[in-house]
Ligand binder design. Sequence first.
Ligand SMILES: Cc1cc2nc3c(=O)[nH]c(=O)nc-3n(C[C@H](O)[C@H](O)[C@H](O)COP(=O)(O)OP(=O)(O)OC[C@H]3O[C@@H](n4cnc5c(N)ncnc54)[C@H](O)[C@@H]3O)c2cc1C
Length: 415
Amino acid sequence: MSSKADVIIVGGGLVGLSCAHYLKEQGADVLLLDRGRYAESASAGNAGMIVPSHIIPLSAPGVIAKGLKWLMNPESPLYIKPSADPKFMKWLWLFQKHCTVAHVERSVPILRDLSLASKDLLTQLCALPGFENVGLEQDGLLMLHATEKSAKDNAELADIAEEAGLDIDRLDRDATMALEPALKTKVTGSVYFRQDASLDPERLMRALEAQVRNAGVRFLDAAVTGLKRSGNRVVAVKTAEGTFEADHVVMAAGSWTPSLVKGLGLSLPVQPAKGYSVTVPVDEPSIRIPCVLTDEKVTITPMPGSIRFAGTLALQGYDMSIDERRVRPIRRLAEVYCPPADVAAQETWAGFRPVSPDGLPYIGALSKTPNVYVATGHGMMGVTLAPITGRLIADRIGGHTPSLDDAPFSAERHA
Ligand SMILES: Cc1cc2nc3c(=O)[nH]c(=O)nc-3n(C[C@H](O)[C@H](O)[C@H](O)COP(=O)(O)OP(=O)(O)OC[C@H]3O[C@@H](n4cnc5c(N)ncnc54)[C@H](O)[C@@H]3O)c2cc1C
């Protein structure tokens, strides 16, 4: 394998693969380095929802209070492990600073435009030969509620979504059941987001990998251990398999990106937020429309030949262990829809969402080393936003005007 490329991408999750796709499309010679891909990446076992509905950033008023309330409940969907780690303290400080109405108002149109543009790109991608079995379904998403509190939360979300121009419906219980008769969970109503979609994210990863390999992207299974600099440029990437030179380097290593850019003088405040999923094989999923249970914060996604239940957001560092207490609500939900023995037979999957403190991703070059680009921080929306991220990175590296304003995603906005 040649030890030189136009662009080296570090990280082969959906974000890295999307960057590879759009860079190759404009003729770049691309080398993708990854140390663990399907085993380590968050991109394979997640809920697979394409979510323009998620226009409110995670850092929103009331989230901290909710986190504190849930602190003592071992089955709660949000867990923040108390820690004196300075990086975590900085992240938490920035996070609480963004939990304001003003930040939500500013972020809503940004997230809307980003996710709708990305969904268009994803739809085009999935129309290519080789993507037939990724299971892209444009059936929308039901945000279900079962209590007065979650009905109020959903009504507020619906107001914001409607004002932002999203295509939604407010449904009572009967209308919800008419739309999705297979629902068995308690529900008093829902908000139906027509523009949402779903797919099997691991199948998307495999199809995208095959697509870019066929196009000539080279892959190497190797951990990046360091960077070689010359003046204000990174000229090579070091791995145990050798050193590889490049004109441009894209850091798309999900939750692990901060350690890769640390040596370049950037303290990137991305934290790993662990989540779980349980996937049960079925002949035909009974549920047709993906659902979010607003009270429990768990999701149901029908996929080709399976149904996936996912949830939990645990900020406890890079601890990949599975806390069965937090998986319990997910398994309980799965048992409502699938035979308990089938649920019990399935292992729990865990992955790290790369979470930024303001709920927006980091997409862009570094000013001190302008041939290095960062593409991470997508949090709960990495599947949704991977295509537009790849497009924006390719636009910048190719010297083109970005397809949409990328200023809000500056990698250095919290430096
Ligand atoms: C439970 C759960 C449910 C989710 N549901 C959804 C959803 O429904 N919709 C949605 O849009 N998003 C969802 N997400 C979020 C989504 O999964 C992530 O945002 C997305 O997968 C991040 O992709 P990525 O490519 O940035 O990172 P990853 O997929 O984590 O990939 C990073 C890659 O970098 C590699 N790497 C790291 N360090 C190095 C190194 N030093 N050298 C070489 N390689 C390295 C790793 O091996 C890994 O393969 C969910 C996440 C979870 C956990």
